[in-house]
Unconditional design. Structure first.
Length: 498
């Protein structure tokens, strides 16, 4: 089958937001302990930070990292994780039923962020705590000195403020699983009051209010509306979270996950703008898609950590080639919404539903989903262009209009260089994509890489870390302004022209 599209630099959605390529480090399972931090590991530096994980984080192209949770933050006392290590208590992490040794905390995370070259995105606890503790934390991180908490930081050996700009006002506060769950009215009020107080301490911060935990929550839509009714003026972003999973019955639907993501994003944008219009506000809120990924929740049912151990193995999903295709397409959905999404975080970074895996005393390796993320973060440069492909629907995906082929493109306005991303979700057939390129520049194809289109269930492992990688393709033809490429069944492609 054939799909067609025009790529025209006149149709710009928005510049590619640098913060679109974020990730997430939660005190959960082996993300922190045994992931980013493993004192005594041969690759650990003097502070216990794994340099092999740092290297892979930089290679992944991560721009911003959310910390310390997630569900974890809703029961967390940040003070337990600062100051001399030998004085830090062992505490109960009630979110994941784990023992928290607190040997890694705020200042260790900030040191790690600097080495990784990422911007921190800090979450405050609005589950068991509230306005006062959020203010104390901000005073500790961002106030120059001469006050109780800023001097405490200085006493902990950190003279200059951390100057953290991006803050999450709690996490998934609508979830029955959340420690300190709230109604939308309770949370909206708390978020507004916390935001007001935090801005008095530091007017330069950017604040994210919690949206629904996912699109399937019974209050999705009304939660956002009620929270924003109260907090619209005081926050900059509303959050979205989404995890996708393949089951034997839903493969076509799974392959079309990005189509579901598009609709989810559009729904949240509509709700934000509805409240903005009601308030006669000229300010448009941005979206923070601060947790997204594939999560095979059904594999881990009943695997709660009932024994209160430290850093248990929790949700260490192993991703296949097919998963990489879907992750590539989810990134295309995020790019397409670059005008409204200001932040997005692949959840999580290491071991826990993650692109990077490690073993104790062993190696760090790239999972399949590492590759589409790294290629997109590296090559989605400049501006996102609006591309409207014609394509037949996906056979078997319910819901109207999930196209077999999806296409997104970015263009560097300085050089005219184009990057085209394309996915074919058809399980049987190769597609041909005919693109018309509107451009004055004489462009050449400099790179064409594909994932998928063959054996789809392969995974990487410590012993076979490069079993699933992108492969170079020559299946394209450029003739003047006409570019054709072959999209193998169930594949994700990136093609660069300079
Ligand atoms: O990323 C794992 C968990 O998923 C997070 O802690 C929570 O916010 C979400 O439900």
């Amino acid at each position: 089958f054939t799909s067609t599209a025009t790529i025209d630099p006149a149709f710009v959605i928005a510049p590619v937001p640098a913060r679109l390529f974020g990730s997430f480090v939660e005190h959960m399972g082996r993300c922190v302990y045994g992931g980013v931090y493993e004192p005594g590991h041969p690759a650990a530096d003097a502070d216990g930070l794994r340099t092999d994980v740092l290297e892979l984080t930089r290679e992944l192209g991560v721009s911003v990292v959310r910390y310390p949770g997630g569900n974890f933050v809703s029961g967390y006392r940040w003070e337990d994780g600062v100051g001399p290590r030998e004085q830090r208590p062992v505490t109960l992490d009630t979110a994941w039923r784990s023992l928290e040794r607190n040997t890694f905390g705020l200042n260790e995370f900030m040191a790690w962020s600097k080495l990784a070259g990422v911007e921190p995105m800090m979450a405050v606890n609005l589950g068991t705590r509230g306005v006062e503790d959020a203010c104390n934390l901000l005073e500790y991180t961002n106030f120059a000195g001469g006050t109780r908490y800023s001097d405490l930081r200085i006493g902990h050996g950190v003279r200059d403020p951390h100057a953290i700009r991006l803050w999450c006002l709690g996490n998934e506060m609508d979830g029955p699983w959340q420690i300190g769950q709230k109604t939308a009215t309770q949370y909206g009020q708390l978020a507004a009051e916390t935001a007001k107080a935090m801005r008095r301490i530091d007017p330069d911060i950017e604040l994210v209010a919690c949206g629904s935990s996912n699109e399937r929550m019974p209050t999705f839509g009304s939660w956002e509306a009620e929270v924003l009714d109260q907090a619209y003026e005081f926050v900059d972003y509303i959050s979205l979270h989404a995890y996708f999973e393949q089951t034997p019955a839903n493969r076509a639907q799974f392959l079309a996950s990005a189509h579901t993501m598009d609709a989810f994003i559009d729904g949240v944008v509509a709700t934000c703008d509805h409240i903005g219009a009601k308030k006669r506000s000229r300010r448009k809120l941005k979206l923070s898609f601060d947790e997204w990924n594939l999560w095979y929740e059904s594999r881990f049912v009943g695997q709660d950590n009932l024994d209160w151990t430290e850093a248990p193995r929790l949700i260490e999903d192993e991703y296949t080639t097919e998963d990489a295709v879907v992750v590539g397409s989810l990134l295309m959905s995020l790019l397409r919404h670059a005008d409204r999404i200001g932040v997005a975080c692949l959840a999580q970074l290491v071991n826990v539903i993650a692109p990077i895996r490690t073993e104790p005393d062993g190696k760090a390796w790239r999972q399949s989903i590492f590759h589409p993320f790294a290629l997109t973060a590296r090559h989605a440069r400049g501006e996102v262009l609006r591309v409207e492909p014609t394509s037949p629907g996906v056979p078997g995906a319910d819901g109207p209009g999930a196209p077999s082929v999806d296409v997104t493109a970015t263009r560097d306005p300085e050089t005219g260089a184009l990057t085209v991303f394309a996915v074919n979700r058809n399980e049987q057939d190769s597609g041909r994509l005919d693109l018309r390129l509107v451009t004055d520049a004489r462009l050449q194809v400099v790179e064409h890489q594909v994932m998928g289109g063959g054996e789809l269930m392969l995974t990487n492992s410590q012993d076979a870390p490069d079993r699933v990688t992108p492969r170079a393709s020559t299946q394209h033809e450029l003739d003047g302004e006409n570019l054709s490429l072959v999209l193998p069944p169930v594949s994700w492609s990136i093609l660069r022209l300079e």
